[in-house]
Design a binder for this molecule. Structure first.
Ligand code: KMH
Ligand code: ZN
Length: 274
């Protein structure tokens, strides 16, 4: 079989309000429906943020458990819970996310300015979260918002050893105001600095979505797309559903001769269930 592209969908995030973005999936039913559509369109992983009954971001454990279970029952997607949450979420709540027993979780490798806010990931928190992923058998995806985060990832691996699943997979989150820019030369610089043998995806926030997608495909990387990162499909044309972004990513991956990877193959690559 030829090379394939792992597509992750990040459908909701913690930053956009349902009132401003009616197409954002915020209820469990909306999330499950979105997940099914995106799986059919070529996604293999779903990066999950959930909302409460008022559509506000929450890390409520019971709700997270229900979400993991519902996504498992309805799809074959790898369920990756966000441990980033919203910028206001306390560290303890973010650590407790692992108790919902997802397949995987995000693990951001350092603090970063985040628009007008600060997304806090100091070393002691990162180190604690990483050791808990190892103890609880949750496969981490290392979120890299800045080049310095790559150095912190090396430090984490040197100090605590390999991740659960045995494989290092990273996601370059580019174009956040305050993080690394979403352009090809920065992407190449980050990729060159990754640990030997690591795989990676990239996502470009906002208007950097397409340039980062083209750069990632050119450089042999995988893709993350979704309304967490991008609300505009093209200039003046809002995204109407997450599946549009997955379909476009799948088409571009096909054109690049690396069609979407199945969820089963993604499990093998990432070491999920190992
Ligand atoms: N919502 C951002 C503050 C993650 O999911 O791990 C953090 C974020 C990263 O989305
Ligand atoms: Zn996220």
């Amino acid at each position: 079989m030829g090379a394939t592209t792992l597509i992750t969908v990040a459908p909701t995030g913690a930053e956009s309000a349902k009132a401003d973005v009616p197409a954002l999936p915020v209820t469990l039913d909306e999330l499950v429906q979105t997940a099914k559509e995106c799986e059919a369109a070529g996604a293999a992983v779903i990066h999950v943020h959930i909302r409460d009954d008022d559509a506000r971001p929450t890390l409520d454990l019971a709700r997270l458990r229900d979400t993991v279970q519902a996504l498992r029952e309805s799809t074959g997607l790898i369920v990756q819970l966000s441990t980033g949450g919203a910028v206001t979420d306390p560290y303890e709540d973010r650590l407790r996310v692992l108790d919902a027993e997802p397949d995987g979780c995000s693990l951001t490798c350092g603090t970063v300015n985040f628009g007008d806010d600060v997304f806090m990931n100091p070393w002691p928190f990162m180190a604690e979260l990483y050791q808990r992923t190892q103890a609880q058998g949750v496969v981490p995806e290392f979120e890299l918002f800045d080049l310095g985060h790559v150095a912190a990832l090396h430090r984490l691996l040197d100090k605590y050893g390999p991740p659960s699943g045995g494989h290092v997979h990273c996601d370059l989150v580019m174009g956040v105001p305050g993080g690394m820019p979403g352009d090809a030369r920065t992407l190449v610089a980050a990729v060159q600095a990754l640990p030997e043998g690591a795989t990676w995806s990239a996502t470009g926030v906002g208007r950097t979505s397409l340039p980062v997608m083209f750069a990632a495909l050119s450089a042999g990387g995988h893709l993350r797309v979704g309304m967490e990162d991008t609300l505009t499909f093209a200039k003046g044309r809002p995204v109407t559903a997450n599946v549009e972004l997955v379909q476009r990513a799948a088409e571009l991956a096909g054109l690049a001769q690396r069609p979407p990877m199945s969820a089963a193959d993604a499990r093998v690559l990432l070491g999920v269930g190992k």
